[in-house]
Design a protein around this ligand. Sequence first.
Ligand code: FES
Length: 177
Amino acid sequence: MDLELSAEEKSLLERIKSDMAAIGNDRGKLIPILQLVQQKFAYLPAEAIHLVADHLAISSSEVYGVATFYNQFRFNPPGRNPVKVCLGTACHVKGGDIILENFERKLEIKEGGTTPDREFSVDRVACVGCCALAPVIAVGETIHGHMLPSKVEGLVLRTRLEKEMQEREQQKNEPTE
Ligand code: FES
Protein backbone atom coordinates (compact mmCIF):
# COMPACT_ATOMS: atom_id res chain seq x y z
CA MET A 1 0.00 0.00 0.00
CA ASP A 2 1.44 3.42 -0.95
CA LEU A 3 0.97 6.01 1.77
CA GLU A 4 0.50 9.62 0.73
CA LEU A 5 3.49 11.91 1.09
CA SER A 6 3.24 14.65 3.69
CA ALA A 7 3.86 18.29 2.69
CA GLU A 8 7.26 18.05 4.37
CA GLU A 9 8.12 14.95 2.33
CA LYS A 10 7.06 16.67 -0.88
CA SER A 11 9.51 19.48 -0.24
CA LEU A 12 12.19 16.92 0.67
CA LEU A 13 11.62 15.36 -2.74
CA GLU A 14 12.50 18.70 -4.36
CA ARG A 15 15.72 18.84 -2.36
CA ILE A 16 16.59 15.28 -3.38
CA LYS A 17 16.57 16.45 -7.02
CA SER A 18 19.33 18.96 -6.41
CA ASP A 19 21.28 16.54 -4.20
CA MET A 20 21.15 13.95 -6.99
CA ALA A 21 22.37 16.49 -9.53
CA ALA A 22 25.39 17.10 -7.31
CA ILE A 23 26.12 13.35 -7.06
CA GLY A 24 25.95 12.81 -10.83
CA ASN A 25 24.01 10.41 -13.02
CA ASP A 26 26.39 7.51 -13.44
CA ARG A 27 24.54 4.19 -12.90
CA GLY A 28 27.17 3.27 -10.35
CA LYS A 29 25.74 6.03 -8.17
CA LEU A 30 22.47 4.14 -7.63
CA ILE A 31 23.29 2.77 -4.17
CA PRO A 32 24.69 6.05 -2.77
CA ILE A 33 21.60 7.87 -4.11
CA LEU A 34 19.24 5.30 -2.54
CA GLN A 35 21.12 5.65 0.74
CA LEU A 36 20.69 9.40 0.54
CA VAL A 37 16.93 9.05 -0.05
CA GLN A 38 16.60 6.56 2.81
CA GLN A 39 18.59 8.87 5.09
CA LYS A 40 16.29 11.81 4.32
CA PHE A 41 12.95 9.97 4.42
CA ALA A 42 13.81 6.97 6.63
CA TYR A 43 12.39 4.87 3.75
CA LEU A 44 12.21 4.84 -0.06
CA PRO A 45 8.91 6.37 -1.21
CA ALA A 46 7.64 5.28 -4.62
CA GLU A 47 7.83 8.90 -5.84
CA ALA A 48 11.53 9.03 -4.97
CA ILE A 49 12.18 5.70 -6.72
CA HIS A 50 10.70 7.17 -9.92
CA LEU A 51 12.82 10.31 -9.54
CA VAL A 52 15.96 8.23 -9.09
CA ALA A 53 15.08 6.13 -12.14
CA ASP A 54 14.60 9.26 -14.28
CA HIS A 55 17.81 10.75 -12.99
CA LEU A 56 19.87 7.66 -13.87
CA ALA A 57 17.89 6.97 -17.07
CA ILE A 58 16.97 3.45 -15.94
CA SER A 59 13.58 1.90 -15.23
CA SER A 60 11.84 2.15 -11.86
CA SER A 61 11.66 -1.65 -11.75
CA GLU A 62 15.43 -1.81 -12.05
CA VAL A 63 15.75 0.58 -9.11
CA TYR A 64 13.27 -1.54 -7.10
CA GLY A 65 15.12 -4.69 -8.08
CA VAL A 66 18.40 -3.37 -6.71
CA ALA A 67 16.84 -1.79 -3.60
CA THR A 68 14.96 -4.96 -2.58
CA PHE A 69 18.21 -6.92 -2.77
CA TYR A 70 19.59 -5.02 0.23
CA ASN A 71 17.81 -5.22 3.54
CA GLN A 72 19.08 -1.79 4.58
CA PHE A 73 16.24 -0.26 2.55
CA ARG A 74 12.61 -0.10 3.61
CA PHE A 75 9.65 0.77 1.42
CA ASN A 76 7.19 2.04 4.00
CA PRO A 77 7.66 4.93 6.42
CA PRO A 78 8.43 3.85 9.97
CA GLY A 79 5.40 4.44 12.18
CA ARG A 80 5.45 6.97 15.02
CA ASN A 81 5.44 3.85 17.19
CA PRO A 82 7.71 1.41 15.41
CA VAL A 83 7.12 -2.13 16.70
CA LYS A 84 10.11 -4.42 16.42
CA VAL A 85 9.52 -8.08 17.16
CA CYS A 86 12.66 -10.03 17.98
CA LEU A 87 12.91 -13.30 16.10
CA GLY A 88 16.39 -14.22 17.24
CA THR A 89 16.74 -17.87 18.34
CA ALA A 90 15.78 -17.39 22.01
CA CYS A 91 12.71 -15.31 21.12
CA HIS A 92 11.73 -17.52 18.23
CA VAL A 93 11.62 -20.68 20.35
CA LYS A 94 9.47 -18.83 22.88
CA GLY A 95 6.84 -17.88 20.33
CA GLY A 96 8.14 -14.64 18.80
CA ASP A 97 6.53 -15.57 15.48
CA ILE A 98 3.08 -15.84 17.10
CA ILE A 99 3.57 -12.39 18.64
CA LEU A 100 4.50 -11.03 15.21
CA GLU A 101 1.37 -12.61 13.70
CA ASN A 102 -0.78 -11.05 16.40
CA PHE A 103 0.60 -7.58 15.68
CA GLU A 104 0.02 -8.11 11.96
CA ARG A 105 -3.58 -9.18 12.63
CA LYS A 106 -4.34 -6.44 15.15
CA LEU A 107 -2.84 -3.64 13.03
CA GLU A 108 -4.02 -5.15 9.72
CA ILE A 109 -0.60 -4.80 8.13
CA LYS A 110 2.12 -7.21 7.15
CA GLU A 111 5.63 -7.24 8.53
CA GLY A 112 7.54 -4.31 6.97
CA GLY A 113 4.27 -2.38 6.68
CA THR A 114 2.90 0.81 8.23
CA THR A 115 -0.67 1.59 9.29
CA PRO A 116 -2.44 4.19 7.07
CA ASP A 117 -2.36 6.74 9.92
CA ARG A 118 1.40 6.09 10.23
CA GLU A 119 1.02 5.41 13.95
CA PHE A 120 2.49 1.88 13.82
CA SER A 121 4.94 -0.06 11.72
CA VAL A 122 5.91 -3.66 12.34
CA ASP A 123 9.26 -5.23 11.62
CA ARG A 124 11.09 -8.36 12.65
CA VAL A 125 14.58 -7.93 14.05
CA ALA A 126 17.39 -10.26 15.01
CA CYS A 127 18.54 -10.64 18.63
CA VAL A 128 18.27 -7.33 20.49
CA GLY A 129 20.63 -8.51 23.21
CA CYS A 130 18.33 -9.31 26.13
CA CYS A 131 17.61 -13.01 25.53
CA ALA A 132 16.98 -13.62 29.25
CA LEU A 133 13.75 -11.62 28.76
CA ALA A 134 12.65 -13.63 25.69
CA PRO A 135 10.34 -13.23 23.94
CA VAL A 136 11.14 -9.56 23.49
CA ILE A 137 9.60 -6.74 21.48
CA ALA A 138 10.35 -3.04 21.32
CA VAL A 139 7.86 -0.24 20.77
CA GLY A 140 9.92 2.81 19.95
CA GLU A 141 12.72 2.87 22.50
CA THR A 142 10.84 0.80 25.09
CA ILE A 143 11.70 -2.87 25.41
CA HIS A 144 8.93 -5.24 26.54
CA GLY A 145 10.29 -8.52 27.87
CA HIS A 146 8.43 -11.80 28.54
CA MET A 147 5.93 -10.65 25.94
CA LEU A 148 2.82 -12.75 25.44
CA PRO A 149 0.66 -12.93 22.30
CA SER A 150 -2.33 -12.05 24.50
CA LYS A 151 -0.68 -8.73 25.49
CA VAL A 152 -0.52 -7.44 21.91
CA GLU A 153 -4.02 -6.00 21.79
CA GLY A 154 -3.64 -4.20 25.13
CA LEU A 155 -0.32 -2.73 24.12
CA VAL A 156 -1.72 -1.33 20.88
CA LEU A 157 -4.78 0.08 22.65
CA ARG A 158 -2.69 1.62 25.40
CA THR A 159 -0.35 3.29 22.88
CA ARG A 160 -3.35 4.71 21.00
CA LEU A 161 -4.96 5.94 24.22
CA GLU A 162 -1.77 7.60 25.38
CA LYS A 163 -1.57 9.43 22.07
CA GLU A 164 -5.17 10.61 22.38
CA MET A 165 -4.53 11.86 25.89
CA GLN A 166 -1.42 13.73 24.76
CA GLU A 167 -3.39 15.36 21.92
CA ARG A 168 -6.12 16.43 24.35
CA GLU A 169 -3.53 17.90 26.70
CA GLN A 170 -1.97 19.80 23.81
CA GLN A 171 -5.36 21.17 22.74
CA LYS A 172 -6.08 22.28 26.32
CA ASN A 173 -2.74 24.10 26.48
CA GLU A 174 -3.13 25.81 23.12
CA PRO A 175 -3.90 29.50 23.54
CA THR A 176 -7.48 30.38 22.56
CA GLU A 177 -8.10 33.53 20.55
S1 FES B 1 16.91 -13.59 20.66
FE1 FES B 1 15.53 -12.05 21.19
S2 FES B 1 16.68 -10.85 22.57
FE2 FES B 1 18.09 -12.37 21.96
